[in-house]
Write a protein of this length. Structure first.
Length: 351
């Protein structure tokens, strides 16, 4: 059952000053980051030119999660703290639970794309407290209710608005804005508790939708319903004839199982022959991933103008992952039937 550690929510509700919120906001930043490697791995496993609609849908969610990471860092800076993307435990171990104790029975790994992965893992990560149900041609049952990431964020928003001061203590010069990447209505300076509540509301709406609609403030389908549409094979669209105003009756999400590279789930660099091309590709991916983390840390640690360079490294990481996914894994010179998968651990970087 997908549940947040209740101690985290209760701790937020007891906050008396901005500093009291810092540890759990840092956890939230870790959580937002922790969703990127699984989503990115699934995206990279889709062969070029195949399953393009699905590729773009997952790609857009990855970009949104990067935005949510930056929003969390802006909030930490607004609270007068420092985002710790360079902490030893910032990158979680895969497979394993998500940060904040989410999902006692939900193990999140790094796996190639499948419709089952959408339903059993990705939808559960993004699931609202009360998922809206929409009909489809073959009839859809009501999904179960779970405590969610959104519950944590709503408690955080309430705690911020309850603080005695409306202006937060952080240095506004540390706030990241990036009009070339994210519009000013999505990534903006957080200087007050109202700014913070607005930013948190955006994270929740983009992931879960609203209590009454699957559409986020930008008019896009929220992550949970986007993943559900992929799993069901049809886009969620407005439908005046449906009781909830939407139905999974839009254009198909065609899925070609042959268009997926057979990536090694939860790849470990140590499991590869260090003399192999697959190992070298994995190492290059790890080096690029390390450069990305270092670039993002610099960006949120007082040099917000460095974001353009960091986003450039994110593009490099995508290219490195696409090359990596084509590499068969050999054992004693014999193909194993698997390809190398991305490894999200730090590696030494030669500057």
């Amino acid at each position: 059952m997908l549940r947040i550690d209740r101690a985290a929510v209760e701790e937020l509700s007891r906050a008396q000053q901005p500093a009291d919120l810092v540890p759990r906001v840092q956890d939230a930043v870790r959580l937002e980051f922790a969703t990127i490697p699984p989503y990115l791995t699934a995206m990279l496993s889709l062969k070029p030119g195949r399953n393009r609609d699905i590729w773009w849908a997952v790609h857009d969610v990855v970009v949104d999660e990067m935005l949510h990471l930056l929003i969390g860092c802006n909030l930490l800076n607004a609270l007068g703290s420092r985002p710790a993307l360079d902490a030893a435990d910032f990158v979680p171990d895969y497979p394993g639970p998500l940060p904040l104790g989410i999902g006692e029975d939900l193990v999140v790994g790094l796996e190639p794309f499948s419709l089952g992965l959408m339903e059993s893992v990705f939808m559960r990560i993004e699931e609202p407290e009360n998922p809206l149900t929409f009909r489809q041609a073959d009839g859809a049952g009501a999904p179960p209710e779970f405590a969610t990431i959104g519950e944590f964020y709503r408690t955080l928003s309430d705690a911020l608005l309850a603080l005695p001061q409306a202006v937060l203590p952080g240095d506004v010069r540390r706030q990241v804005v990036a009009p070339a990447w994210f519009g000013p209505d999505r990534l903006f300076p957080i200087t007050t508790t109202k700014d913070a509540a607005r930013a948190i509301g955006l994270i929740v709406a983009e992931g879960e939708g609203t209590p009454d609609s699957p559409v986020d403030p930008d008019g896009d389908i929220a992550h949970y319903y986007r993943f559900a549409a992929i799993a069901k094979g049809r886009r969620l669209v407005r439908d005046p004839s449906a009781p909830a105003g939407f139905s999974y009756s839009g254009a198909p999400y065609p899925f070609d199982a042959d268009g997926v590279w057979p990536l090694t789930p939860n790849q470990r660099a140590a499991d590869l022959d260090p003399e192999s091309e697959a190992w070298r590709r994995v190492h290059q991916f790890r080096v690029t991933f390390t450069r990305l983390l270092d670039g993002l840390q610099r960006c949120v640690d007082g040099d917000p103008g460095h974001l353009d360079a960091a986003m450039g490294v994110m593009f490099e990481l995508k290219l490195a992952g696409q090359m990596l996914a084509t590499m068969p894994v050999l054992a004693a010179g014999v193909p194993t039937g698997r390809h190398a998968g991305p490894v999200f651990t730090r590696a030494p970087v030669n500057l």
